[in-house]
Design a protein around this ligand. Structure first.
Ligand code: NAG
Ligand code: NAG
Ligand code: NAG
Ligand code: ZN
Length: 400
């Protein structure tokens, strides 16, 4: 359930201390703005301040508490009503809105968790490049979304837009799924923030993860006929999956469905016939449904499975989660470049028939890397673009 307020959830003392005792930031005075005429100076300064504080607080998935507390107190200082929604112990989604109602037609959302490892915030004033873990994915989106909404404050009714920043996006979306189950109401439009290079995304591929586990029988490597090599069986299974690739469904919009063999492990030593082996796969669906793809994978592995079972071993497929088909996203707003992307987002985790938009500063190609970085101009442009998207989403909703 939604918590009535931050103060009730964490205790008044926690809230007060978050407000009064600033965290020990590494460069407290370094808030210079990079010269640019995209935003007014005050908005640019506020944007860089907010972005920097978010990036400086480590928030690898499962450890989102501190950044959430800081963000909640920041939003309260801007007169938002803030609710912290407990997803699991010490893990909170942040929902913020003006006034009394969270039942707004438009929701603006991104995530506050990051992938590991932590990289510190750095701002090169000469190049105007900001680096650090989360600087792109997705704290660039979070900061730009908030500044966009703040700069629309005068122009919009209080009950028009709310903000949602979730935990757990990087590891399967438990934050958004929890929110979806407990959402205040159904929205007309939801704007999601992920790195899209400042383009509006018209859709992303679907996702299905699975693991193949092989059970063999150990033996001395000099007498392999006394055992069943799980590694041999897995190698055959891998070969079948590789051959399956060219038969997977494809579409004009998303290209080919791909299967990545992400991890392979098996056996214990060179001179022992491997007793167990397993491999982990991620499928990115360009067409079809997870059910169709599952059927194709089961079919591709059926022969290997029967053979190893005949030898007294086994082969099992474990499905990671339900998976989802390609996700079509609205991109009917003028003035944006448009793309499709191959990565997953929280979009399918929020149920409902709302319009959905996906946009954010920075590139996915650096997002999970050790050189995650973006330009100040990209951040500032994102503020302008989020304003356009919010207004477009509200405008369309009025006409409905
Ligand atoms: C918040 O509201 C108070 C009281 O209405 C007002 O004095 C203050 O300027 C507002 N702060 C911001 C950042 O809008
Ligand atoms: C900052 O950027 C400038 C210009 O690209 C570059 O020459 C310089 O080495 C950078 N400084 C640091 C500390 O990376
Ligand atoms: C899709 O796969 C086919 C072969 O299976 C290949 O010729 C084609 O270039 C691929 N398309 C894309 C967009 O990668
Ligand atoms: Zn992300």
């Amino acid at each position: 359930m939604l918590r009535p307020s931050l103060a009730l959830t964490l205790g008044i003392a926690a809230l007060a201390s978050a407000k009064q005792a600033p965290l020990p930031f590494s460069q407290p005075e370094a808030l210079l703005t990079y010269p640019s005429d995209i935003l007014p100076a005050a908005a640019s300064k506020e944007l860089l301040y907010l972005h920097r504080h978010l990036v400086e607080i480590e928030s690898i998935t499962e450890n989102e508490l501190e950044v959430g507390k800081w963000l909640a107190s920041y939003l309260e200082s801007k007169n938002f009503t803030v609710e912290m929604q407990e997803v699991s112990p010490k893990r909170f989604n942040i929902l913020a809105y003006w006034g009394k109602t969270s039942k707004t037609p438009v929701l603006v959302s991104s995530h506050i968790d990051t992938v590991p490892p932590f990289w510190p915030y750095k701002y090169n004033h000469t190049s105007g490049i900001i680096s650090g873990r989360g600087s792109v994915d997705a704290k660039g989106s979070v900061a730009a979304q908030i500044i966009a909404l703040l700069s629309l404050q005068e122009d919009l009714p209080h009950s028009a837009v709310s903000l949602l920043f979730v935990v757990g996006e990087e590891t399967g979306g438990d934050g958004m799924r929890y929110f979806s189950t407990n959402a205040p109401h159904s929205y007309d439009a939801v704007i999601f923030g992920e790195p899209t290079e400042g383009k509006l995304v018209c859709g992303h591929k679907g996702m299905l993860a699975f693991t193949v586990k092989v059970q063999g029988k150990a033996a001395h490597s000099g007498y392999p006929w006394l055992g069943v090599s799980a590694n041999d069986v897995l190698a055959e299974a891998l070969d079948n999956i590789i051959k399956l690739r060219q038969h997977l469904p494809w579409s004009e919009k998303y290209g080919n469905t791909t299967i990545n063999i992400g991890r392979v492990e098996g056996g214990v030593a060179a001179n022992v016939v491997a007793e167990t082996a397993k491999a982990q796969f991620a499928v990115r669906l360009a067409a079809g449904t997870p059910t169709v793809i599952k059927g194709m994978i089961v079919g591709a592995l059926q022969g290997v499975k029967s053979r190893v079972e005949g030898l007294g071993g086994g082969l099992e497929i474990e499905w990671g989660s339900e998976g989802y088909p390609p996700v079509d996203i609205n991109c009917d707003v003028k003035g944006f470049d448009k793309i499709t992307v191959n990565y997953g987002t929280d979009i399918p985790n929020l149920e409902g028939i709302h319009k959905r938009y996906l946009y954010g500063p920075g590139s996915i190609f650096v997002a999970h890397s050790d050189h995650e970085a973006l330009k100040v101009e990209e951040l500032e442009t994102a503020v302008i673009d989020y304003k356009k998207l919010i207004l477009a989403a509200l405008e369309k909703q009025k006409r409905m």
